[in-house]
Design a protein. Structure first.
Length: 370
């Protein structure tokens, strides 16, 4: 049974727009991963009396492909909405639109009911039956407006429109490095972690303080974030892309096309647009259901687990010569093996944990000796 019978032929184009946006998000995520893996901050210990401050001494420049690819992905998502509205009107009126009519078709994002009604009263829009009061498409558009949300400023459509207006008409999207978390890795008597302001990190920022001469490993989690133009608030860039893509694909498009987002399965996000398809329905059925942001997040989880695994095993080894062997061994593990071995370290019995770690060290030595 075709899960996507709700998608009419005249709206098939939107699947390719979603797939293109998905690929842009995936590219953004891959560059983000590579960038963060190289290290985003330089840190130093600055002594002030008997206190040592972990201080930011350098900040890596964000590759400018990241905000630009993110903006491209958001523009594709907005275009998908605009194209669906246009195609639906053309389909319903059963004729090509005049140049004047075509120019006034868009996806509105009204902050108030008055603004939406004013948008409908435009003389070329009001003459089109699908946009007249009571028409199905008109009411579907109304349901998706920011003013229907408890906080119109945070409504996904408002956020999407603000991002795309900014990147098209003002400057490229603004991205920066913020501090997500600073976590002591073990006992940390006397260590004070600084509060993280919701602003980009700056050289000279103190991330943690503690007694001078006491070594306490810290896990420091930077987050590459994007600024919302209208609220000037900062949000993790990949999460912003994930949330807006999900809303467009799972809520806005089904509502525009069918009137509901709960009674139809969402369209798949990932389809290879570099090849042509003779049978659109077969291609759609075979499309991957996992969106780019989730794929990137999983890959990042694996890499974090891989690095943690190597660090934990190295700390357990008593031979400095094992360091390179352990690193080489963990690099050679596939994703499932990494996650399985990290899960195996969640042992509560110290003897079992010690045995598991010693087995891994032995495996690492054996691998490098081959």
């Amino acid at each position: 049974m075709d899960r996507y019978l709700w998608l009419p032929d005249h709206q098939q184009h939107v699947v390719y727009s979603l797939a293109h946006s998905d690929e842009l998000i995936a590219r953004t995520g891959r560059i983000l991963q590579h960038f963060t893996a190289q290290g985003t901050l330089n840190l130093g210990n600055v002594a002030v009396g008997n206190t040592a401050n972990v201080t930011v001494t350098g900040i890596a420049s964000i590759p400018q492909a990241i905000p630009r690819l993110a903006a491209d992905a958001l523009n594709q998502l907005r275009s998908a909405l605009e194209h669906v509205v246009y195609a639906e009107i053309v389909h319903q009126v059963g004729r090509p639109l005049t140049p004047q009519e075509a120019r006034c078709i868009e996806m509105p994002a009204a902050a108030t009911a008055h603004d939406f009604d004013k948008w409908l009263k435009h003389r070329h829009r009001s003459s089109l039956a699908p946009l007249q009061l009571g028409a199905a498409l008109c009411e579907r558009l109304r349901d998706l407006q920011p003013f229907r949300h408890s906080d119109p400023e945070r409504h996904p459509l408002r956020v999407l429109v603000e991002h795309t207006n900014w990147s098209k008409h003002r400057t490229p999207s603004v991205a920066a490095t913020l501090i997500g978390a600073v976590i002591p890795d073990g006992p940390a008597a006397g260590v004070v972690v600084s509060a993280n302001p919701n602003r980009p990190v700056e050289i000279g920022d103190v991330l943690a303080s503690g007694p001078a001469g006491v070594k306490v490993p810290l896990d420091i989690w930077p987050k590459i974030s994007i600024r919302r133009p209208h609220s000037e608030s900062w949000h993790i860039l990949l999460h912003e892309l994930r949330d807006l893509e999900q809303w467009v694909r799972e809520v806005a498009l089904p509502v525009l096309i069918t009137g509901t987002s709960t009674d139809v399965p969402p369209l798949p996000p990932h389809l290879d647009t570099t090849i042509g398809y003779e049978d659109f329905r077969a291609a759609l059925a075979a499309a991957h259901p996992t969106p780019a942001a989730a794929r990137v997040a999983w890959e990042l989880q694996v890499e974090v687990a891989r690095n943690s695994l190597a660090r934990i095993i190295t700390l357990h080894s008593e031979d400095p010569k094992d360091i390179d062997a352990i690193k080489e061994w963990t690099v050679g593990l596939d994703a499932d093996e990494v996650l399985q071995k990290v899960a195996g370290l969640q042992l509560t019995d110290p003897r079992e944990l010690d045995a598991a770690l010693r087995t891994m060290i032995a495996d690492a030595r054996e691998t490098t000796e081959r």
